[in-house]
Design a protein around this ligand. Structure first.
Ligand code: SF4
Length: 422
């Protein structure tokens, strides 16, 4: 790190908003590998939500309220005499309100009359903040991508093992310990990308063996595909840990991961370049190269899990995957997670899942649109059970709805035409 960067990060801790516990924990390790002292915010709770309620109603966007609450609680609890803070908040363009998070965070911090340098908001697409990461940004993006892929793989193994464990809590213990091991590898500084990947494959293979050693009792549980808005479906606090509830009612969950959003944004980048007649341009070459290296890393990291994930394969060809949504929401005329959710629902049907649950924040248009589409999609796919669940921070009683849904899934499981490969 050069001197100005060193000054900026000296006595400063970086916090990452926790969309997924695993992904954030490992991404924080990637930050540490470039010399930034990073960690995830402590898990959201009623206290953080109450703090957020003083500034935000929640009607704007529920994930905004959750993440702002985490930030406000950390500002309140931080000992500024020991270190200053930074919060990492990526941003995006388009109709989604996510692009407004970073500006709103800055506004909130400003309204608290803190000394100007005490809390920084780092946004990778904002020019200044990107510079704050300095020359290391490229290295961070590569290690960060590997962190996200590793997290997706470990979460997948957790979900396919936990419902069948014979000793309650053992899978989760293994999972947490594997995350620690992988984080220790990711955070090693000044390592060549090739060496880092080799070390990661080793630790991931060791993790695989630990998951394989968890004692399980196999039983025919319905497999429920979970799609929907990325934050709400992956953040356990936001969705009242719906995945665990499905498991309690006898199901197993195939949860849509973080990677699929990255493949989608890459595909959108190609589509937009083609639209402005830049099919053969430097920008297109750069986008293709990025996708190539990301796919390569994913392939290498997931290779040791090939046998374990038989029947649970994620889509390998993004364009073919997104084409599954064409009869309902063509990618050329709809944008965002609604397209992915619809495509994934069809994909999961083809994989032999027994039901689809779509998780969405209340007031987000993704869920509103998919809910309108699912009845037709279900009719055209052997009446596959499909249901939307909405969350807004008020505690809902999920038992009745989950219980009924699992009964429908069991009945579908008995009559379905497409059997699972696993
Ligand atoms: S998808 Fe919906 S809930 Fe999620 S950040 Fe965007 S507007 Fe908010």
């Amino acid at each position: 790190m050069d001197t100005s960067r060193q000054q900026l990060w000296q006595n400063r801790k970086m916090y990452l908003t926790s969309m997924t516990h695993s992904g954030t924990k490992l991404f924080a390790a990637a930050f540490r590998s470039i010399g930034i002292d990073a960690s995830e915010f402590p898990p959201s709770d009623e206290d953080s939500m109450e703090l957020a309620s003083k500034y935000i109603s929640g009607d704007e966007c529920f994930p905004l309220k959750v993440t702002a609450g985490d930030l406000l609680r950390k500002i309140r609890d931080n000992d500024f005499s020991k270190h200053r803070m930074a919060v990492f908040m990526p941003t995006a363009e388009g109709p989604c309100r996510f692009g407004q998070y970073a500006p709103l965070f800055r506004k909130l911090i400003h309204s608290m009359n803190l000394p100007p340098d005490d809390v920084l908001v780092i946004s990778p697409t904002s020019r200044n903040s990107y510079e704050d990461l300095g020359n290391s940004s490229r290295e961070l993006m590569r290690t960060g991508w590997r962190a996200l892929v590793s997290a997706d793989i470990l979460r997948k193994f957790l979900l396919k093992t936990r419902p069948y464990e014979t000793n309650a809590g053992e899978t989760e213990e293994v999972y947490e310990s594997c995350l620690d091991d992988v984080a220790r590898v990711l955070e090693v500084p000044d390592q060549k990308p090739k060496e880092k990947l080799k070390a990661l494959v080793q630790v991931m293979t060791k993790s695989r063996d630990r998951f394989r050693a968890v004692p399980v009792r196999r039983e025919p549980r319905p497999l429920i595909g979970v799609v929907g808005e990325i934050f709400c479906r992956l953040n356990r606090f936001s969705n009242q840990n719906l995945v665990k509830k499905i498991e309690e009612y006898g199901g197993e969950v195939w949860l849509s991961d973080v990677g699929e959003w990255v493949w989608y944004t890459n595909s959108e980048q190609y589509r937009k370049l083609r639209l402005v007649r830049r099919r053969f341009s430097r920008a297109m070459l750069g986008a293709k190269l990025k996708n190539h290296f990301q796919r390569q890393d994913e392939h290498v990291l997931s290779a040791p899990f090939h046998d374990d994930f038989r029947g649970y394969e994620e889509p390998a060809d993004t364009e073919a995957f997104l084409a599954l949504a064409n009869p309902y929401l063509p990618q050329s005329s709809a944008y965002g997670e609604m397209v992915i959710s619809v495509a994934k629902a069809v994909y999961l049907y083809q994989k032999g899942t027994d039901g689809i649950i779509d998780i969405s924040p209340f007031t987000c248009m993704n869920g509103t649109v998919t809910e309108a589409i699912y009845p037709r999609l279900s009719r055209e796919h052997d009446h596959l059970p499909m249901k939307n669940f909405y969350f807004d921070g008020t505690q809902a009683d999920l038992d009745r709805d989950v219980g009924i849904f699992l009964e429908l899934a069991r009945s579908y499981q008995r009559r379905k035409k497409i059997q699972r490969a696993a």
